[in-house]
Design a protein around this ligand. Structure first.
Ligand SMILES: [Zn+2]
Length: 491
C-alpha cells in the first residue's frame, strides 16, 4: 500500500573528528570510557578567563570531509557563539559556525533500490564543539542528574543535507554512504555506539488536498544514534504528522517547525520544543578567535592528500580487475582488506577475479576460523598471488591448491615450496594420463555404458577413478578431454 503523502527528509549528521586533542584545548578527545571529568581543563570547563586555541588538525579534517563530499571551501570563514543555557554546556554558549561554514554546496550519490543512483545535496559542513554529557539516575526514591565534561569541547563536524531524501530507505542509504565517506577519508571513526556520531532528522510530509499541494511545517527529531532508531522514528513521525493533519490538529495552523525526541521504549516521538528560531541563539562572531581564511596552498595540499574513496574504489575494482559489484563491495568495505587484495592482485595480472575469490572465501574464512587479524595473516599477499599463478599456469589443480593453501596458512611457506616438498605438481603429461584413462575405461564398463546411455553423473565417477590412479594430480582438463575422446572412439 502506498502512503497518501510523500515523505521529505533532510539530515543533520554530527560526527566527532578523529583528533587526539579537543577543539580548543589540549585535553584528550578520546573520551569514551574514561572516568568522569578526568579529561578537563579551564578551557573546556568554561572557567572565567580561559581562552580557546583552535585545533589545526580538526580544521583540516573538517575541510577534508567537505572535499570528500564534493563541497567547496570558501576563502573566508569564522567561528560564532551559539548562546543557550543547558547544564552540559559550561560556558553558556557553544562555539560553532553560523553564516560562514568551512564547506558548502556538495553532494553524495546514494544507490537506489530500483537501481541507479540519486544525488543528495550537501548544504554545508561546519565545525563546532561537542557538549558534556548528562547521566540521569535515581537512588532511594530521589532522582538526580550527574554531569561529565570529558566530552565538552571535542571537535564535532555537522554535515547538513538538503531535504532531498524522499523516503526512509533513502535516508538510511544516505547515512550509510556518509559513514563510508567519513571513515574512508580518515575524518572520523563514526562510532554510533559510542555516541560519536548522531543524527537530527528533519521529517515533513507533502500531499495534495482539494487540488492544492500541502507541505506543513517539519518535525526535527533530535539525537538519533542508530540506523534502527532513524528508520523507526522517521517512519513514525511522518505517519504521526499525517494523522495529526487528518484529525485537524495544530499542524494545520502552525507556521514553524517543532522539535521532538524519540523514545525507543515507547516506540514514539515526544514533543520537546514547539518553536525555535535561529534568533533564539543570538549568534555573534566569537571574539576570542580570529577569522579563518584558509591559505589556498594549504587547501590544495589537503585536496591532493584525499584518498580514493570507497565508491570510486569499487568502480575501479570493477573496471581494473573485472570484479562484480558483490566482490567489490566486500573488499572495499574494509580499507585494509582492499589494500591487501590489491597487493595480491598486482602480482598476478589478469587474475583479479580468481584472487578475489581466494581472498573473500578461503583467506577470510581461514582467518575467521583461526581468530587471526588480517595484519597477522601468515599468508602474505604476494604468496596468495603466487598460488593463483600456479593454478592459472596449470601447474596445480584448484583442488590441490586448497591443500597447498592449508599448509601456507599453517606455516607461512611459499606455495611453490609446498608444492615441491609435497610432490603436488599437477601431471599434464598426456601419455601418463591416457594410460590411466584406458585402464579405467577397461575396468568400468558399466559406468561407460551408463554414460553413453545419457547418465552424465557416470562421467564424474570415471574422472574420480582416473584421479585416484594419478594420486589426484592429473590435469583435470586433460582427463576430461581424453575420457570424452576415448569414449567417443569406442561408440
Ligand atoms: Zn580542556
Amino acid at each position: 500500500m502506498t502512503a497518501p503523502y510523500e515523505v521529505v527528509i533532510g539530515i543533520e549528521c554530527h560526527v566527532e573528528l578523529a583528533t587526539r586533542s579537543k577543539m580548543f584545548c589540549a585535553c584528550s578527545a578520546k573520551h569514551f570510557g574514561a572516568s568522569p571529568n578526568s579529561q578537563v581543563c579551564p578551557v573546556c570547563l568554561g572557567l572565567p578567563g580561559a581562552l580557546p586555541v583552535a585545533n589545526k588538525r580538526a580544521i583540516e579534517l573538517a575541510m577534508v570531509a567537505g572535499m570528500a563530499l564534493n563541497c567547496t571551501n570558501p576563502d573566508h570563514t569564522k567561528f560564532d557563539r551559539k548562546n543557550y543555557l543547558y547544564p552540559d554546556l559550561p560556558k553558556g554558549y557553544q562555539i560553532s559556525q553560523f553564516d560562514l561554514p568551512l564547506s558548502v554546496g556538495g553532494f553524495l550519490e546514494i544507490p537506489l533500490a530500483s537501481g541507479g543512483t540519486k544525488r543528495i545535496g550537501i548544504r554545508r559542513a561546519h565545525l563546532e564543539e561537542d557538549t558534556g554529557s548528562l547521566l540521569h539516575g535515581e537512588e532511594a526514591g530521589a532522582r538526580y542528574t550527574l554531569v561529565d565534561f570529558n566530552r565538552s569541547g571535542v571537535p564535532l563536524l555537522e554535515i547538513v543535507s538538503e531535504p532531498d531524501l524522499s523516503s526512509v530507505e533513502e535516508a538510511l542509504a544516505y547515512v550509510q554512504g556518509l559513514r563510508e565517506v567519513v571513515i574512508g577519508s580518515g575524518v572520523s571513526e563514526f562510532r554510533l555506539e559510542e555516541g560519536a556520531a548522531r543524527f537530527d532528522v528533519n521529517v515533513s510530509i507533502r500531499f495534495t488536498e482539494n487540488g492544492e499541494t500541502r507541505w506543513p511545517p517539519l518535525s526535527e527529531i533530535k539525537n538519533l544514534n542508530s540506523y534502527r532508531s532513524l528508520e523507526e522514528a522517521a517512519t513514525y513521525e511522518a505517519d504521526r504528522l499525517w494523522r495529526e493533519w487528518q484529525a485537524g490538529g495544530d499542524i494545520r495552523t502552525r507556521t514553524s517547525k517543532i522539535t521532538v525526541g524519540w523514545s525507543q521504549e515507547r516506540a514514539a516521538t515526544f514533543l520537546q520544543r514547539a518553536k525555535e528560531d535561529v534568533d533564539d541563539y543570538r549568534y555573534f562572531p566569537e571574539p576570542d578567535l580570529v577569522a579563518l581564511n584558509p591559505d589556498p596552498a594549504w587547501v590544495a595540499s589537503l585536496r591532493a592528500s584525499l584518498p580514493e574513496l570507497p565508491p570510486a574504489r569499487r568502480a575501479r575494482f570493477a573496471s581494473q580487475y573485472g570484479l562484480p559489484e558483490y566482490d567489490a563491495r566486500i573488499l572495499v568495505a574494509d580499507r585494509e582488506l582492499a589494500d591487501w587484495y590489491e597487493a595480491a592482485a598486482a602480482t598476478v595480472p589478469g587474475q583479479g577475479k580468481a584472487v578475489a575469490n581466494w581472498v573473500t572465501s578461503e583467506l577470510l574464512g581461514a582467518l575467521n576460523k583461526d581468530g587471526v587479524a588480517l595484519a597477522d595473516s601468515k599468508v602474505k599477499p604476494a604468496q596468495l598471488g603466487a598460488l593463483v599463478a600456479l593454478i592459472a599456469s596449470g601447474e596445480i589443480s584448484g583442488k590441490i591448491a586448497k591443500e597447498v593453501f592449508a599448509e601456507m596458512r599453517a606455516s607461512g611457506a611459499d606455495p611453490a615450496a609446498v608444492v615441491k616438498v609435497k610432490g603436488l605438481v599437477q601431471v599434464s603429461d598426456e601419455g601418463a594420463i591416457a594410460a590411466a584413462v584406458d585402464s579405467v575405461l577397461a575396468e568400468q564398463a558399466k559406468a561407460v555404458a551408463d554414460y553413453k546411455g545419457g547418465n552424465q553423473r557416470a562421467l564424474g565417477a570415471l574422472v574420480g577413478a582416473v584421479q585416484k590412479r594419478m594420486g589426484g594430480k592429473a590435469n583435470a582438463a586433460v582427463v576430461n578431454r581424453l575420457l570424452a575422446e576415448r569414449i567417443a572412439a569406442t561408440a
